[in-house]
Design a protein around this ligand. Sequence first.
Ligand code: GRG
Length: 365
Amino acid sequence: MTSPALPLQLPRSEHIAFLGQYVNRDVRALPSTFELWVTEHKKLSAAYWTVVALALLDALDLVPRERLRDWVLECRDPCGGFGGDVGQDPHLLYTLSAVQILFLLGEEARLDRSSIIAYVASLQQPDGSFAGDTWGEIDTRFCFCAALTLAILGVPLQQREHSRNSPEKTNEIERPIRTDALVDYIMRCENDDGGFGVIPGAESHAGQVFCCVGTLALCGALYRLRDGGNRLARWLAYRQLRNGGFNGRPDKLPDVCYSWWVLASLKIIAKDHWISADALERFIFSCHAQRESQNTYAGGIADRPGDEPDVFHTFFGLAGLSLLERQQLIAIDPVYALPCALVKRIHAANPKAELVDTTEGVSQV
Ligand code: GRG
């Protein structure tokens, strides 16, 4: 178990060294360990978690830019989507990760924007939902991946904007997907407890809540949340447990990744003051890996105290601390899951796609 005596001071260089192990290896030679073998199909997303975690630590310079860029581009399928590794079938999850990585690296000019947009649009279903790939699995995660990929590429999604313009013109040129149908579908996934599930009628889960709230924010439709978002905020706030960590649904164990899924959702609806920031910060520190002597941090963050650290939980722990504005981390945007400065740059390049006021219509309690 962890020592309660360790100070709440971010082991910056240890985290950078931990994450650096992944970026300094030739990504083509991975996986070289069992852990990497079993997550091989997720390699492109693992690369995103690692790179954005380094960005939050202001250590993006460590990333072998050209090598990573070339590998990401090799994961591209001729249809416009990206697979989890070279030669794998394209999927919305990896298409989003690829776009996020190339923007983080400042290499977005290398993306074939129109083929990615066409690929994303091709996966929208008649009911407004998105399939993850041509095999047809439906999941609110894929709605979010689709919306965020388009938003990063500067496609305007806001419903309000839509109603102000002539639909025929904007649909053809700038409206590759049916935003209204997407929003209606997301609202069909809202439950009586205020949360959202993977499909209509499915149990509320914090990961899916993030995806649904993020999609609504990107579409300018947070005003559709029932009770001005208060019911959802209550469900989210109840995710905080005695040890300060969050679980993903009632009666489950806490996991550091929910520091992001829950807190980002609360932040998007401007209700992050409904939880104890101090208690969450202490929980995230309790998940920090420690050296055997238990006297110092080793670098890396685990799902919960005493477990092995990995890049996924390291990113989500750091992202949680960044949302809490603790430990002098680079600020992360709760919708885009990218540094706020990069999101500003994206909006400056695409003023029409900028989120006007994401919390319009949400109660200000
Ligand atoms: C760019 C941040 C970002 C996200 C992209 C991939 C994705 C979109 C969203 C994933 C949302 C999600 C469903 C997160 C939950 C992940 C998780 C820890 C699932 C575990 O679920 P269970 O049921 O565990 O195994 P619990 O905690 O309920 O016991």
